[in-house]
Design a protein around this ligand. Structure first.
Ligand code: PA5
Length: 444
């Protein structure tokens, strides 16, 4: 079971802050459990792992099986909460080199998460003449980036399979009734999956948003949900000793109050990169409001110890680290002996790479703590669908608690609208004429 270890923050924040924060955590807990806090209408994810719609899950499994049977590539179109979770889980469990591996599941390409023409053109080319399907994901059904990418891939599908054939290869994950995507899906008869009304984008990885692409990649989504379900049960407990999310939320809040302004998520597993991207969105978008909150950043160890390590050790003392640790690797690589020992590495001969990695992790933790960077350790267990499900739910729950500790609404994202409004105005979208005139005056 996941464990949060606080030993290496003790010298930085006077105990017993947990007791002092308990009444506020209890209130935050009740708001999450009962949907009575700000944004309470978006707390459907709290019970999702156990209450998810079984019929929808069966449909997801069937659609994933159909994609695996008829497609060599799956193009997943979405941005922010509509793609990061799926990419995080697939890369973490199946490998960042998933597309390069020999496998019986389709290659998976993520597009619609930016507006770069070369990136989009490259995926169009990589899909090439292969059989492919598209999973277009947008809760609002109106987001520009995925909508633009979808036009290109829809055209490619229609050119290859005709309108009807294309329709059988498009899976739309969106709101149950609102938005342009839903209207289009209904009109064209595409299979649709619903993002529940009470689950916001960045909390939606355990809905069809994440589950369909994850299942298409061959990951056992039942295991993912069952791990999340176990964590859901653990998170109903009250008290920092009993509830790991309380422990984490309390520690990071106390470090924030003690003056830290950056939280870096670290992991010694390069496959974790997109889980860290998911985590950054989760915390950044949930907490970054009203001039408050920790800035969520991430680094990959040991690679970034050779780039960002210097700053972490000796730069401005504004950060603490949350280090995610997994158990033994699937491959136990033993370092070979070399008779010449020209590289002087024979002192490691016979040792596993895990052994070396674990010593590097201990060395890093001690060095950074000595350099006044508090370290929280999240022991996530051996990497599996179940342990990742638990980790996802743990971070989501801790994020909800953290938002309420900060007195912000953890479920809205009003700041995201600012760039969109300007972009629409500059693109000449009807209805934004006044804003366009204002902006043009400010552009040189
Ligand atoms: O968390 C959120 O709500 C956002 O990050 C959204 O997921 C993101 O903006 C994409 O929105 P949509 O799914 O409506 O296209």
């Amino acid at each position: 079971m996941l464990n949060v270890k606080l030993f290496h923050i003790k010298k930085f924040i006077p105990m017993p802050y947990e007791e002092a924060l308990a009444p506020r955590l209890k209130l935050a807990q009740s708001r999450l459990q009962n949907g009575t806090g700000e944004g309470g209408e978006f707390t459907g994810w709290v019970r999702l792992p156990r209450d998810c719609d079984r019929t929808e899950l069966d449909r997801i499994a069937r659609a994933a099986a159909a994609i695996r049977a008829d497609s060599q590539a799956l193009v997943v179109i979405g941005i922010g909460g509509s793609y990061l979770g799926a990419r995080g889980v697939i890369e973490c469990l199946c490998s960042p080199n998933y597309n390069l591996r020999k496998k019986t599941t389709p290659d998976i390409f993520f597009v619609g998460n930016g507006l770069d023409a070369d990136a989009l053109a490259e995926v169009l080319e990589l899909v090439g003449d292969r059989d492919f399907s598209v999973n277009v994901i947008s809760k609002s059904g109106t987001t520009t980036e995925p909508a633009v990418a979808f036009r290109f891939f829809r055209r490619k599908l229609v050119e290859k399979y005709g309108r009807e054939g294309a329709g059988r290869r498009i899976y739309a994950t969106t709101d149950k009734s609102r938005g342009a995507l839903k209207a289009l899906a209904d009109q064209e008869g595409w299979e649709t999956f619903t993002v529940p009304d009470d689950v916001g984008g960045r909390y939606s990885v355990l809905t069809a948003v994440g589950l369909l692409p994850i299942a298409a990649a061959g990951v056992d989504i039942g295991e993912l949900l069952s791990g999340a379900g176990e964590m859901m049960d653990a998170c109903t407990a009250e008290g920092c000793g009993e509830n790991p999310a309380w422990r984490y939320a309390a520690a990071r809040y106390q470090l924030y109050r003690a003056g830290k302004s950056v939280e870096i998520l670290t992991c010694f597993d390069p496959a974790f990169r997109f889980m860290a991207e998911w985590w950054k969105q989760l915390f950044g978008e949930s907490e970054g409001k009203e001039g408050k909150a920790l800035f969520p950043a991430s680094v990959e160890f040991t690679a970034d110890l050779h780039s960002m390590g210097q700053y972490i050790q000796e730069g401005r003392r504004l950060m603490f680290e949350t280090s995610v640790r997994f158990g033994p690797s699937a491959h136990q690589l033993i370092i070979p002996r070399d008779e010449q020992d020209g590289d002087g590495l024979n002192y490691l001969a016979g040792k596993s790479l895990d052994f070396v990695r674990d010593r590097a992790a201990e060395a890093t933790l001690l060095a950074h703590t000595e350099g006044d960077v508090p370290n929280l350790v999240v022991e996530a267990g051996t990497k599996s669908a179940a342990s990742l499900g638990a980790l996802i739910y743990f971070f989501e729950y801790a994020c909800g608690l953290s938002g309420y500790l900060l007195d912000v609404n953890p479920f809205n994202q009003p700041g995201v609208e600012a760039y969109k409004k300007n972009m629409f105005a500059l693109l000449g979208k009807p209805g934004y004429e006044d804003r366009r005139a204002e902006l043009e005056a400010g552009l040189d």
